[in-house]
Design a protein around this ligand. Structure first.
Ligand SMILES: Nc1ncnc2c1ncn2[C@@H]1O[C@H](COP(=O)(O)OP(=O)(O)OP(=O)(O)O)[C@@H](O)[C@H]1O
Ligand SMILES: [Mg+2]
Length: 465
């Protein structure tokens, strides 16, 4: 068996040292901690194969320590040293999640007994970790299904995601807006060894600069005028899990320095405090900005860029993988059918062709919004090309202001109905379906808008204009 590293925790130096001697004699690397706090800090910072802790210690006792260790490292086996002739405490030890207990005085136990106990505990931890990995792999395959698409660029992306998920490296996800950067970040976390631990997302672009620092690192009471009490930061919340820093390109230079420090030292100080906090959080960052350009312009620190860009992940734009469009349409229609009972769909080949020919500057989010927009009015059945919104899909339809009467004439009623339908749909979309606000936007009273919607519904969305 390879040399394992064992942490021995006891407030009494005599017992610590004698355990250390015994364990070293059976061939392991042994470190010591004098109390639970020290032990936890060591477990957070280094790798151990086993913890052997005394049960009775002032402050946090061995039972509680084991629970806290398992919060941090669920697979790390622990052995609790109990007092002589106290069967209740051995039961308590096992209940607290210890692998086994070791009764004092252990000096009189044969070395073979201790060696075998230690080896069994370490093997148990190894199997637990392995089992978790296998489960993670299963989950990975399962969750893979929620990422729709089979195009070559998407398959490449997913293969990369799989490789990155198996490591603990920092990753930088880039791509245009709406391409699925957040989805990729989630896929990495949920398929990593940290899947059972928290995934904390911080949108660096959405939080005002003055607040972002305390949001990330926390603050102490009185750190600034509105800091009425102590607050834990998002980095602490992400401890043992993953922190996803979205829109990293928007972070101010001042904060970029602090983030660099966390990536380098894995530690930080809350705002207004001089206490250094260690953190074990995997960092995944994303941006739709060109960070290399931002570096040239001095808006983004090069040292931070290289720290983040350990594994670069470029999410392709939708127009680079148009083959995925039909599947995505089907997926979003199915989601809306499931979530809102929509009876819209499927989409005609002609309509799909229009969508596949479009450039999608807003990428998958734009496609998702389109499908949602088509269901807002409760349309049913097949979606024809003529059901697609005039802008941007039927640009041949002139805008009313510039509309010229074709020489063969037109149906004024049909044109006006079409315009009305488009504007009502837009208003409902704008107000997330709130009919009162939509009516206001259109300068109509509620009842009139209701009547118009009913009329449109009756005619059905799929009926060509
Ligand atoms: N391959 C995919 N399959 C299914 N849904 C997807 C896929 N990619 C993205 N989506 C969906 O598209 C939407 C946009 O994705 P996401 O929020 O991850 O993009 P983003 O790149 O973070 O966008 P932004 O730059 O605007 O923040 C989400 O609703 C997401 O679930
Ligand atoms: Mg995003």
């Amino acid at each position: 068996m390879r040399k394992s590293s064992i942490l021995v925790v006891d407030d009494e130096k005599f017992y610590r040292s004698s355990l250390q001697r015994i364990l070293a004699r059976v061939g392991h690397d042994v470190s010591q901690a004098a109390d639970a706090g020290e032990a936890l800090a060591m477990v957070a910072q280094s790798h151990f194969d086993l913890v052997v802790t005394d049960m009775q210690m002032p402050g946090v006792d061995g039972l509680q320590l084991v629970a806290e260790i398992h919060g941090l490292r669920p697979d790390l086996p622990c052995i609790i040293v109990t007092g002589f002739g106290s069967p209740e405490s051995s039961v308590e030890a096992l209940r607290a999640g210890a692998f086994w207990y070791l009764e004092k005085p252990f000096e009189q136990k044969s070395l073979d007994v201790i060696r075998s106990l230690v080896e069994q505990a370490i093997e148990h931890g190894r199997l637990k970790a392995e089992n978790r990995n296998l489960q993670g792999e299963l989950r990975f395959r399962y969750r893979f299904d929620s990422v729709v698409g089979t195009s070559a660029p998407l398959r490449e992306l997913l293969a990369l995601v799989m490789r990155v998920a198996a490591t603990d490296s920092t990753a930088l996800i880039t791509g245009e807006s709406g391409t699925g950067k957040e989805l990729v970040a989630r896929a990495i976390h949920f398929n990593s060894e940290r899947a059972e631990r928290p995934l904390v997302t911080v949108n660096c672009g959405a939080i005002p600069e003055e607040l972002l620092e305390s949001e990330l690192f926390g603050h102490v009471k009185g750190a600034f005028t509105s800091a009425m009490s102590h607050r834990e930061g998002r980095f602490s919340a992400a401890h043992s899990g993953t922190i996803f820093l979205d829109e990293i390109g928007d972070m101010s230079p001042n904060l970029q320095v602090k983030l660099l420090r966390v990536l380098q030292d894995r530690s930080f100080e809350p705002v207004g405090s001089s206490e250094t906090i260690s953190v074990d959080a995997r960092v995944i960052a994303a941006t739709n900005q060109d960070l290399e350009k931002a570096m040239e312009e001095g808006r983004f620190r090069a040292d931070l860029f290289y720290r983040l860009n350990v594994v670069p992940i470029q999410v392709p734009a939708l127009r680079e993988r148009r083959e995925d469009i039909p599947q995505l349409v089907e997926h979003f229609l199915a989601v809306l059918a499931h979530e809102r009972g929509s009876e819209l769909g499927p989409m005609s080949d002609e309509a799909l062709e229009v969508l596949c020919g479009y450039d999608w500057p807003g990428n998958i989010r734009e496609l998702e919004n389109l499908i949602e927009r088509l269901t807002v009015l409760g349309g049913k059945g097949r979606i024809e090309a003529s059901d697609l919104p005039a802008s941007p899909f039927r640009s041949q339809t002139p805008r009313p202001s510039s509309m010229r009467l074709p020489s063969e004439g037109l149906s004024l009623r049909a044109e006006v109905e079409q315009l009305e339908r488009d504007l009502i749909t837009q208003a409902l979309e704008h107000t997330q379906g709130n009919k009162n606000r939509a009516a206001k936007l259109l300068g109509l009273n509620r009842t009139t808008l209701f009547e118009k919607i009913e009329k449109i519904k009756k005619k059905g969305l799929s009926e060509p204009a």
